[in-house]
Design a protein around this ligand. Structure first.
Ligand code: DC
Length: 354
């Protein structure tokens, strides 16, 4: 079962927080910064003298964790934020001392286990964007979407200086590279990309360009398909009609990746027969070609679901399509699209009212 989680991992100052919060805003779903959770543990620990008088250890952190109440909840203004023991800390979590202490407490297994447990409990039937270091690898290895956001140490140093001021570019870049080396080689939850994560390098990209790139990855379902001999004619060329079959697979996989299957829809009494298809054929594929099938939902209103797609070989678009599905009940009468389907497919619904 996939977790309806969009995991955005990456090193410090790679732009994860702004990318994750902008994406969540655009998709209308909550955003969780796990870094803020590690900082909150450090904040509460520092109040008990950890890091100043008391050492950073499992023994000093365990009572902090036992007494800690932490959740994402709505602020009085309606926005979602981290609530720690009834308060919404903000600037308190961002000071230099808390950053240094957060880095230390995050190396303790008891802290990682405690926070990973809380983070897992946040996933459910609604989508969330969760940003951190180990979301796609340790916390949600079954996340539906995994993105690993990076930027060169020099670029990250530039951003950090623009944000916080002070310091010399080369020195900050060297410190960042050194911290990367420590994070990547540490024993517990090292900073590595999940093998199935999409890598995004934001070096040289503006915030808007990075946002657009990430939105495009998330809102479009993408799957690879190797042309089998059975999909081809005697010359080994794909029948045009078989492109449609390949689209159908892409659409079914899109539903599956959103955590809903055709079987489940049928069990809800909802059927999705094809009402109309428009395909524009531009080129042929042959046996053994590796095709990339991309789909996204460009219409979801009443009983109608419109899925737009394209099939590519490398960068060449072979066919584009628009498939209209009309939701019916078991007696073939049109009915509204089930709310569960719309909720599950929410991230693939591209710029339309649902
Ligand atoms: O992303 P950030 O700078 O707010 O993170 C604060 C600290 O927490 C940082 O030292 C890295 C650590 N952290 C972690 O170890 N695992 C996470 N999933 C998130 C943050």
């Amino acid at each position: 079962m996939v977790a309806r989680v969009i995991a955005i991992d990456g090193p410090a100052a790679s732009g994860k927080s702004s990318a994750a919060s902008h994406l969540a805003l655009r998709l209308g779903i909550p955003y969780v910064s796990t870094g803020a959770m590690y900082r909150a543990v450090a904040w509460m620990a520092s109040r008990r003298g950890v890091g100043t008088g008391n050492p950073v250890s499992e023994a000093t952190l365990s009572p902090v964790l036992n007494a800690l109440k932490m959740e994402y909840s709505r602020r009085p203004d309606g926005s979602f934020a981290l609530c720690v023991d009834g308060a919404f800390p903000d600037s308190e979590l961002r000071g230099g001392e808390i950053s240094a202490l957060a880095s230390q407490v995050s190396a303790l297994p008891c802290v990682r286990e405690f926070l990973s447990g809380l983070q897992r409990a946040m996933a459910g039937s609604n989508w969330i964007v969760m940003e951190g270091r180990d979301i796609g690898t340790v916390v949600f290895p079954d996340a539906a979407v995994k993105i690993f956001l990076t930027a060169s140490p020099l670029e990250r140093a530039r951003r950090r200086l623009a944000q916080e001021g002070g310091g010399d570019l080369e020195t900050v870049a060297r410190e960042i590279a050194e911290r990367d080396r420590r994070d990547v080689t540490r024993e517990i939850s090292p900073l590595i990309a999940a093998p199935d994560a999409v890598m995004v390098d934001s070096t040289g990209l503006s915030v808007e360009e990075t946002d657009a790139k990430i939105y495009d990855i998330v809102s479009r379902h993408s799957m690879d398909y190797r042309v089998s001999y059975g999909d081809t004619d005697q010359m080994g060329v794909v029948y045009y009609a078989n492109y449609l079959e390949i689209f159908e697979r892409g659409r079914t996989e899109m539903l599956r990746s959103a955590g809903i299957t055709y079987r489940e829809l049928e069990a809800m009494g909802a059927f999705l027969p094809v009402a109309e298809v428009n395909c524009h054929y531009r080129g042929s594929a042959v046996y053994d070609d590796l095709l990339n099938v991309r789909t996204r939902i460009t219409g979801a209103r009443g009983a109608r679901l419109i899925i737009s797609g394209e099939i590519l070989r490398g960068d060449t678009v072979l066919v584009t399509s628009e498939i209209t599905l009309c939701c019916t009940d078991a007696r073939h009468k049109a009915r509204r699209l089930p709310a569960e389907l719309l909720a599950a497919c929410r991230i693939y619904i591209h710029e339309v009212e649902a």
